[in-house]
Write a protein that binds this ligand. Structure first.
Ligand code: HAM
Length: 421
């Protein structure tokens, strides 16, 4: 029986794989320029980490976590997101004790047992950034600007950036109580999930696919902010307007993870259907403390690489300059060594070179060169090599003649024939 990739996973191949690499390179450049350092996190962590950080009553933990036990019986989980692991690392390496400020970025696959559909996978890729130690709205603004810079730098244009504040431990309870009262009055109209959420995590009802749209008149966190949260939010507003950063207020925007305080945001891209969120994030000032560390504020975001790449149709994806492709065909068993040396030399000086298999006929090697899209052909033949020559041919021009040249002049011939760009 043939085996396929598990449901909700896929091979990232060809143009999509190239686009992934370009997005990673672009993001890495943007983050490093802004003082972020890369961190490569474990793909699995203790299950408890995600329960405590993301929240026991979130869908991500309740329904979507891939959990397993290792041979020692330790409960582990595949990471559903990166923030929890970064916080764990921040504390494990005592970065909280060295002045507190730390800016980290990461990229890699995340795992959630969601119902797969276009743009929603069980293994998907995120690029994320987390900024620890700054309580100021400047940090929120910096992260928002970075997220947008990566997305627009990659070519996404029709972006909508939604912003809200969820308040803090001081003002959240009053909002939560107002929401519970409002929802309780409509209890019988709520879906089964929301009836349960009402007891355990009422904020999540605002985000429910079924009930959310009907809750536009529900109390919003923005109406219950304490003075400090309100000031933070207004200052952020001012900072963003000061740099002409486009955004919209969405008073009922909540997030699927429990750790957020104050600022939350989501960036959507048009034309992606229902799974249109390409990036999301916010402030989580309580999480470091909650995970056993000191009071250290933090803010971050993650973008979904699969969706970002999907948002660009094939031909608008910026193409990287590819080095010119050269195919070295080997005509004769005894010239395998010289052909291999030639290939190595050309690769070292930056050409993209493939070597034919000397066990194949010349004809089949030429077919392979063609299928690969080679721009120039070099044939190393036994008698030609003995006479101090190789044959070369420009494959871009129909009917171009094959010519014999000395191997030492090969690079010169390639440069003058193909150009170096
Ligand atoms: P999130 O909103 O759960 O936030 O995920 C961020 C992004 O990952 C989403 O906007 C989406 O583009 C992508 N994504 C999520 N689930 C899937 C899926 N099943 N298939 C494809 N793409 C998906 C977080 O993960 C937070 N850790 C973000 C953050 C960082 N907040 C603070 N720091």
């Amino acid at each position: 029986m043939r085996l396929n990739a598990p449901r909700g996973t896929r091979d990232i191949i060809e143009g999509e794989a190239q686009a992934f690499s370009r997005l990673e390179t672009l993001a890495r450049g943007v983050f490093i320029q802004s003082g972020f350092e890369e961190i490569r996190l474990p793909t699995f962590e203790s299950e408890d980490l995600f329960r405590r950080a993301v929240g026991d009553t979130t869908d991500i933990v309740e329904k979507e976590l891939y959990t397993f036990q290792d041979r020692g019986g330790r409960p582990l989980a595949l990471r559903p997101e990166g923030t929890a692991g970064v916080v764990r690392a921040y504390l494990e390496h005592h970065w909280d004790q060295s002045g507190g400020a730390k800016k980290l970025f990461y990229m890699g696959p995340m795992f959630r047992a969601e119902r797969p559909q276009a743009g929603r996978y069980r293994e998907f890729w995120q690029i994320g950034a987390e900024y620890f130690g700054s309580p100021t709205p400047e940090a929120d603004a910096e992260l928002l600007l970075l997220a947008r810079e990566v997305l627009t730098g990659f070519g996404l244009s029709s972006l909508k950036i939604s912003l809200n504040s969820l308040g803090c431990a001081d003002c959240r309870p009053a909002f939560q109580q107002a929401l519970i009262t409002y929802l309780s009055e409509r209890r019988s109209t709520l879906c089964e999930d929301c009836q349960r959420r009402l007891e355990k995590n009422p904020l999540r009802c605002l985000d429910c696919k079924i009930d959310g749209p009907a809750l536009q008149q529900a109390p919003s966190p923005a109406d219950h902010l304490c003075e400090t949260c309100r000031r933070h939010d207004q200052e952020l507003d001012g900072l963003l307007r000061g740099v002409d950063f486009p955004f919209e207020r969405q008073p009922r925007l909540v997030r699927g993870l429990d750790y957020y305080t104050r600022t939350v945001f989501e960036i959507t891209s048009q034309g992606l259907g229902s799974q249109d969120a390409v990036a999301a994030g916010g402030r989580y000032d309580r999480l470091v403390h909650q995970m056993g560390g000191p009071d250290q504020p933090a803010v971050g975001f993650a973008l979904g690489m699969d969706r970002v790449v999907r948002a660009l149709s094939g031909d608008t994806v910026p193409r990287a300059q590819e080095p010119k492709k050269i195919f070295v065909a080997v005509a004769g068993e005894s010239v395998g060594g010289p052909a291999f040396q030639l290939m190595t030399r050309l690769r070292q000086s930056g050409w993209r070179v493939e070597l034919g298999a000397r066990t194949r006929s010349l004809k089949s090697q030429l077919r392979a060169a063609d299928a690969w899209g080679a721009k120039a052909l070099v044939i190393v033949g036994e008698s030609e090599w003995a006479a101090g020559q190789v044959a070369v041919k420009d494959l871009r021009t129909q009917g171009a003649q094959q010519q014999a040249i000395a191997p030492d002049t090969l690079e010169h011939w390639l440069t003058t024939t193909l150009g170096r760009d």
